[in-house]
Design a protein around this ligand. Structure first.
Ligand code: XUL
Length: 526
């Protein structure tokens, strides 16, 4: 019998499903439903509700429940062999939170397949909407919690990250401060991931060590709820939170709702979900310490795996639990491809091919020219207000500026990931700019390691499906090994490997000192 596993991803803008066959090591089904288009009744824009305050970004928990029904209905319609699925796991956009009153406990085990999930969930919410990761309205609460916990360094070393506006703890504190009566009526708080897992399992699901680390509430080393953080956040919080558990751990058989309505295998196991970033780390095959992936997207993201927990005392990067049992880091640089695009516009460069050609025409190290690429307010390092700065760099020289922006972005990655104390042995690169060999050569030279391109369209969904497989094998006493499990699902693109040029790497070893000094000078002058 084929060994099929289902991974779902409840992301900001869509719900996706990935089904894998473990024996043939193939993704046999992939589907995405865009919330705005598939469920227009919620009137979301890119998955979030409109709000007059631009700092407030909420979505509707009912939208996610509706999308779960819809993705199962779509799989059934598409003829997916749901009765052969052995286990289900999933991932959710990180940080978003869902608030229930005490009715949820009796509702979950009794979901009626004659009704929709939305109808089943009527009257169970203590808060109608859910703050999501794009919300940045909790600066005051971040400052309060950070102060009570003893500052940036201590907050980061305890919870894995400094307090951030989008993190769930500060969001819960704001809810408690602004709507104390509704907070008092809240019996259970879930993350997007644990909410979805609760529906599938028909009972309150645990929060995993990956998504739990995005709350400023979990002790990153002990992997339990941190009493100081709970106290600094809101009263009576511990009894409103579910237990913590590893991603993929079996919760129990799937709810009869899904078997009766969509023909899901009644013996399929519901497992603990994780966040979309920890799931992507698995989907990209990063299961060994020291493995790093860089996603060159709208913003540039640096993902790395670590065996031992190492936190960033400057509070710029995040440490989350990885589904493999170790740790992962996530560092997000806002000025990614949008900043590269700004340079392209500024110098009227026809396309990305031409951009790459201009980079290739210039020498590594750019003759000492440096650009600080802060077209937008930057997350890492924290820069606000924005502003681009040039040092020994001729503003009129288009080619030098093309090289300068990419060198700057790569040097910033090296500099601001140094705290991880992980020397990457190779780096996987995804995203638009990963198609250009001249850019990848810069990356290989700055980081002084091998670079390989990887293309995985739904890395979070795939990671979730693999996590389901891991949980199922572990429950069967099979002691699964992650490296074996991911093999074949996420292989680098053939022929994409680029090795560092030793001479260029030495140039960057020197230039990065100058880059760091330029950053310092610019940040001191704020
Ligand atoms: C991570 C974060 C985002 C969301 C997007 O900290 O805020 O990547 O997880 O889904």
């Amino acid at each position: 019998m084929a060994k099929l596993f289902l991974g779902l991803d409840a992301s900001t803008q869509s719900m996706s499903a990935v089904v894998i066959d473990l024996d043939t090591r193939k993704v046999i089904y992939e589907k995405s439903l865009n919330f705005d288009r598939a469920l227009p009744g919620y009137k979301t824009q890119n998955g979030v509700l409109r709000h007059r305050n631009p700092l407030v970004r909420h979505s509707s928990p009912l939208l996610w429940a509706d999308a779960l029904d819809l993705i199962f209905a779509t799989m059934k319609k598409d003829g997916v062999a749901l009765k052969k699925i052995l286990a289900v796991s999933g991932s959710g956009q990180q940080h978003g939170s869902v608030y229930f009153n005490e009715k949820i406990e009796a509702t979950l085990p009794n979901l009626d397949a004659q009704k929709s999930l939305v109808e089943n969930l009527r009257g169970v919410f203590a808060r109608k909407t859910s703050p999501v990761w794009m919300d940045s309205s909790t600066a005051a609460e971040c400052a309060e919690i950070r102060k009570k916990l003893g500052g940036v360094k201590y907050t980061a070393s305890r919870t894995g990250s400094d307090t951030f506006e989008r993190f769930t703890g500060p969001q819960i504190r704001k809810f408690h401060k602004t709507e104390p009566a509704a907070y008092a009526k809240t019996a259970h708080i879930a993350l997007v991931s644990s909410f979805m897992a609760s529906l599938l399992a028909g009972k309150i699901a645990p929060i995993d060590f990956g998504d739990g680390a995005g709350m400023n509430l979990m002790d990153i080393r002990r992997k339990n709820w941190n009493p100081d953080a709970l106290k600094a956040t809101a009263p009576g919080l511990l009894k409103k939170l579910p237990p913590l558990a590893p991603a993929g751990q079996v919760i129990g058989p799937v709810s009869g709702y899904f078997t009766a309505k969509y023909g899901l295998n009644p013996e399929a196991l519901a497992t603990v979900w994780t966040g979309d970033n920890p799931a992507s780390v698995i989907g990209l095959g990063l299961v060994k310490p020291g493995q790093v992936a860089i996603s060159l997207g709208t913003s540039d993201t640096f993902f790395g795996t670590m065996e031992k927990c190492q936190t960033d005392e400057n509070g710029e990067g995040h440490v989350f639990g990885s589904p493999t049992g170790g740790y992962m880091t996530l560092i997000c640089f806002k000025n990614g491809s949008l900043a590269r695009e700004k340079i392209r516009e500024l110098y009227k460069i026809a396309d990305w091919k031409k951009f790459g050609e201009l980079v290739a025409q210039t020498p590594p190290g750019n003759d000492g020219g440096i650009l600080l690429p802060w077209f937008e307010a930057e997350i890492v390092p924290r820069v606000n207000p924005p502003g681009v700065r040039r040092f020994n760099l001729d503003e009129k020289n288009a080619a030098a500026n093309c090289r300068a922006i990419f060198e700057a972005q790569m040097m910033a990655m090296r500099l601001h990931s140094h705290w991880m104390q992980v020397a990457p042995e190779k780096v996987f690169v995804t995203g638009g700019a990963a198609n250009d060999r001249a850019l990848l050569q810069v990356l290989a030279d700055v980081l002084n390691c091998r670079v390989l391109r990887i293309e995985v369209s739904k890395s979070a969904g795939l990671g979730a499906a693999l996590s389901a497989a891991h949980g199922w094998l572990a429950a069967a006493g099979k002691n699964p090994k992650w490296e074996k499990l991911v093999a074949g699902f996420c292989e680098p693109v053939a022929g994409s490997e680029i090795n560092p040029d030793k001479k260029a790497a030495r140039i960057y070893d020197e230039l990065i000192k100058k880059y760091a000094a330029c950053e310092h000078a610019a940040l001191d002058g704020r």
